[in-house]
Design a protein around this ligand. Structure first.
Ligand code: 5AD
Ligand code: SF4
Length: 463
């Protein structure tokens, strides 16, 4: 009988895509997928190292492994992704119940490693050597994306497509360049081919992924292809209704990207553009080469060209040396931009990063917590105001499925579904009929109420 694999994914969209590609590959390689971890013969944890909190969640899972294996002999456990690359051998030593540790650059080897362990081999380690010096991508790894086995037989409305691996920015707090390696842009023909096949299989929304997606630059075909050109090429695929891209880096944002956003009908008016701080002093210490003023000017240019530009941001509070005044400058920037939503994080020193090596983590935990809450409250105010302006309007959403945040007190025959606007606003709405019939389709929703996180409405018509 085929072995059943269950994958638990932590972290960002890049990890979600990696898990999907690995799952597709394993399916093609004779494995089956298990819906529940306790029904699986192989459990895979795809991990994130960006903050200690993310690692702690995985460590808790690893702590339970020995007992689980005692109860289920033959169970194979693999840890893949960023923690695998960061801690490698250490993890195998610390957790004897762990069978496989496989970095994000070695995922194409995972199926083989699982088979080896199931055949009786001892612990297996696959991490990329000299990662920070590497400018090449193993053919097998690229093939995981290119073959896109996950797409076969599926007709999913939404998909991620990777445009680059790694990151070259070396923000002083960030572990990503040391676990995902240097920035390497994928060949445009691979990206286009993948996108075309997804659209043929029924996909109508593609999100292009890169740590600094707008820095995309491919020179392998004799001439440089940059992000704006790639956006136009993917955006021209017939049948693709929506094209998004995350995450953008405030430098490298040329006006031709904004022009492509304005001119290519499929490209959505949405940017995830992390500022990280509103203080120029802290930005410099973070090795983010722009000022708050330059960041705002960029957004102004974007709004002038694209028009209605919906923005999401990331901020880190409590970076070493962050004073009350620095924090107030962040609050000011959050108000000035008018983000749709912000992801706010407390600084977490990551071993080996420039900030962890050179700067003392000197903002007390309590102050980090207060600043985190204060900034969240400010963003909530901003979001609520933006959301309230939608009340009474009818918006087009791509329906994603049943809502997790269903409100109480609704009529029983009504289903609550969730979808997103082109600007990435989350819309929860009551709809008659079955969720499956609407999922993956466009619907017009009349907005009746708004909270800071969500717009609520009712189905006006199907597109
Ligand atoms: N501590 C806290 N937040 C971090 N991020 C990245 N590294 C750290 C860190 N060491 C945040 C940044 C980034 C997001 C993905 O995670 O805001 O944009
Ligand atoms: Fe990390 Fe900075 Fe690269 Fe983003 S741009 S992945 S924060 S180093």
């Amino acid at each position: 009988m085929a072995a059943k694999v269950h994958i638990t994914t932590f972290g960002c969209q890049m990890n979600k895509l990696d898990s999907e590609l690995v799952a597709g590959e394993l399916l093609g390689d004779g494995f089956e997928l298990a819906e529940q971890a306790d029904a699986a013969d192989v459990v895979v944890f795809n991990t994130c190292s960006v903050r200690q909190h993310a690692e702690n969640r995985v460590l808790t899972c690893l702590g339970r492994l020995a007992e689980q294996k005692a109860q289920r002999p033959g169970l194979v456990a693999a840890l893949v992704g960023c923690m695998a690359q960061r801690q490698g051998l250490e993890l195998l030593e610390q957790f004897p119940a762990l069978d496989i540790v496989c970095g994000p650059g070695e995922l194409h080897r995972l199926g083989g490693l699982i088979k080896k362990v199931r055949a009786g081999a001892s612990q297996q380690l696959a991490v990329t050597e000299r990662l920070r010096a590497r400018r090449d991508v193993p053919a097998g790894l690229e093939e995981l994306d290119v073959s896109r086995r996950a797409a076969k037989g599926f007709c999913k409305a939404q998909a991620y497509v990777r445009v680059m691996r790694g990151c070259d920015k070396f923000c002083s707090y960030c572990i990503v360049p040391s676990v995902r390696g240097r920035e390497i842009s994928r060949p445009p023909r691979h990206i286009l081919d993948e996108a075309c096949r997804l659209v043929e299989a029924g996909c109508i929304e593609i999100t292009l992924l890169g740590q600094t997606v707008n820095s995309y630059c491919y020179g392998g075909d004799g001439r440089e292809i940059r992000f704006a050109e790639l956006l136009r090429k993917v955006g021209a695929i017939a049948g693709l209704e929506r094209l998004r891209f995350v995450t953008s880096y405030p430098i490298d944002f040329s006006e031709d990207i904004f022009r492509a956003m304005a001119e290519v009908p499929a490209v959505c008016n949405y940017l995830h553009l992390p500022a990280q701080s509103g203080s120029d002093r802290i930005l410099a210490a973070m090795n983010r080469p722009y000022t708050a003023g330059e960041y705002l000017a960029l957004i102004e240019r974007g709004r002038a060209i694209v028009g209605d530009l919906s923005l999401a941001g990331d901020f880190i509070v409590g970076f070493p040396g962050e004073s009350e005044q620095d924090f107030e400058e962040t609050v000011r920037l959050v108000r000035a931009v008018g983000y749709k939503n912000c992801f706010i994080f407390k600084y977490s020193p990551r071993p080996g990063t420039a900030a962890a090596k050179r700067l003392k983590d000197d903002v007390p935990a309590e102050v980090k917590r207060q600043r985190n809450n204060e900034l969240l409250a400010v963003q909530e105010e901003v979001s609520l105001e933006l959301h309230r302006a939608f009340i009474g309007q009818t918006v087009e959403v791509l329906v994603e499925g049943p809502s997790k945040s269903a409100r109480k007190g609704r009529a029983e025959h009504q289903y609550q579904l969730t979808g997103r606007t082109r600007g990435d606003h989350i819309v929860v709405f009551d709809a008659p009929g079955r969720a499956e019939q609407l999922t993956g389709k466009f619907a017009e929703i009349k907005i009746l109420e708004a909270s800071a996180l969500t717009l609520f409405g009712e189905l006006a018509s199907l597109a």
